[in-house]
Design a protein around this ligand. Structure first.
Ligand code: GDP
Ligand code: MG
Length: 163
């Protein structure tokens, strides 16, 4: 079986956009488990001769700050269970939020390899907006832009290095 890479992060950081960039048109399975509405989408990606499955964990969107935190926690726990490598995605435009810190704690405790991707770095000047994310404790933040496709190669390098 292919190793599994899960993209985790709060709503609106760009998980689905990056997921599509990573898998192109290789959407493998759409699985909707009964009981919970969780729209978990799997795709396949290859880089440097290595093949892996990618999960977009962002299907759960519930209104309200409290429910949002709950659903994000759930996603992170699912990802921790299933994934060999976790892509923790944050947003350069908003900076670090409470929800990001919650996810960071869960991921940190899991001991799984985490690649920290900061999306919405839409131009070179925005790179400095990624520096604050060092404080999350996952090493070098990788600046990416789902809109422009920049940094995706660096993200794939980091993923494959952790497989
Ligand atoms: P998700 O909720 O984490 O899956 O995020 P989405 O992929 O649905 O994206 C949320 C919003 O952010 C959408 O309006 C996207 O068009 C936008 N978005 C995604 N990537 C970028 C990016 O690199 N730069 C900017 N400026 N917006 C982005
Ligand atoms: Mg999404």
């Amino acid at each position: 079986a292919r190793p599994v890479v899960a993209i985790v992060g709060r709503p609106n950081v760009g998980k689905s956009t990056i997921f599509n960039r990573l898998i192109g048109d290789r959407l493998a399975i759409v699985e909707d488990k009964p009981g919970i509405t969780r729209d978990r989408i799997y795709g396949i990606s290859d880089w440097n001769g290595k093949s892996f499955s990618v999960i977009d964990t962002g299907g759960i969107e519930i209104d309200g700050e409290d429910m949002m935190l709950k659903s994000i926690r759930m996603q992170a726990e699912l990802a921790i269970e299933e994934a060999d490598v976790i892509v923790f995605m944050c947003d350069a435009k908003t900076g670090i939020t409470l929800a990001d810190e919650e996810v960071a704690q869960l991921l940190f405790r899991s001991g799984k390899p985490v690649v920290l991707a900061i999306n919405k770095v839409d131009n070179i000047k925005k790179v400095e907006d990624t520096y604050e994310f060092y404080s999350l404790g996952f090493g070098d933040p990788i600046g990416i832009s789902g809109s422009h496709g920049t940094g995706i190669g660096d993200l794939l390098d980091a993923i494959v290095n952790n497989l």
